[in-house]
Design a protein around this ligand. Structure first.
Ligand SMILES: NC(=O)c1ccc[n+]([C@@H]2O[C@H](COP(=O)([O-])OP(=O)(O)OC[C@H]3O[C@@H](n4cnc5c(N)ncnc54)[C@H](OP(=O)(O)O)[C@@H]3O)[C@@H](O)[C@H]2O)c1
Length: 239
């Protein structure tokens, strides 16, 4: 029997690389994507994972155009999509919160939605019927806070988020809704993960400087995150 084959879109990311590692350990053949699969600052760390030499193939693929995803998805049983990290700035570097509605949609929300649809369209063309989409808890913030969150009541309102200038949050739920519509229309099975901030072992050393791991590494290096001890909480999950 052939080994199951998983495509991991965003294999060089914090989440994607851990999925690659777990899938190799579970015996899968893995096709991983990143924008430049020849990048020698990233590739060797993935190819050094146990099982990678025999069962990991890395592909260059760009979500903005969809280029490269057909080859990476060819023959896959499922795809794990983790290639849409939050966009915090517009194209000229303007912070997302300072963009007007048109620019916020055009430069933050739409690229993520359309990029995800490009990956899904390639999956559909290649006959991949099972999709796991890694999104975020930014989709779980209803306009009026609820005391106890459930799947039914903890749903962000994308129009409200965009009206409030929260384009970086809105990109997620807009992407999820487009993905759900696409998968329903093409009889594809879709699971969406909504993780909190994720910490844990890294596969690539550069993840220690990434958005989430910079929190513990900064503390260890003595960098202050707050001037005063804050009264609040932060949700964390193990990657
Ligand atoms: N990290 C967290 O704490 C956390 C928390 C909640 C939710 N999430 C969600 O988990 C998902 C993955 O996040 P992450 O932290 O793993 O992100 P990450 O470390 O920044 O990795 C992003 C991955 O996507 C690839 N990528 C970026 N832009 C791309 C593009 N235009 N086309 C194709 N590939 C592209 C990157 O590859 P190259 O740069 O090598 O090309 C990399 O493999 C995201 O949806 C994020 O919102 C993460």
């Amino acid at each position: 029997m052939n080994k199951p084959k998983l495509c991991v879109a965003g294999a060089s990311g914090l989440v994607g690389s851990n999925i690659v590692k777990a899938a190799l350990a579970a015996g899968y053949d893995v096709h991983g994507t990143m924008r430049d699969a020849t990048d020698e600052t990233k590739r060797p760390w993935l190819m050094a994972l146990p099982g990678a030499a025999e069962r990991l193939t890395l592909h260059s693929a760009e979500a903005e155009t969809g280029a490269g995803f057909d080859a990476a998805l060819s023959g896959a049983d499922a795809v794990f999509i983790a290639c849409f990290p939050p966009i915090y700035r517009g194209r000229d570097g303007t912070p997302a919160r300072e963009l007007d509605a048109q620019r916020g949609f055009d430069e933050i929300v739409r690229p993520v939605r359309d990029g995800c649809l490009n990956v899904l369209a390639a999956a559909e063309r290649q006959g991949v019927r099972t999709v796991v989409l890694c999104s975020s808890t930014s989709s779980t913030n209803p306009p009026v806070p609820v005391a106890v969150k459930t799947e039914a009541n903890a749903v962000s309102d994308p129009d409200q988020q965009m009206a409030d200038g929260k384009f970086t949050s809105a990109e997620k739920i807009v992407m999820e809704r487009a993905a759900a519509e696409f998968c329903a229309a093409h009889a594809m099975r879709l699971a969406i993960l909504l993780p909190t901030m994720m910490l844990g072992p890294v596969v690539l050393p550069q993840h220690l400087d990434g958005d989430s791991m910079a929190l513990p590494t900064g503390l260890l290096a003595g960098r202050k995150r707050h001037e005063r001890v804050p009264a609040g909480s932060i949700s964390l999950s193990h990657v």
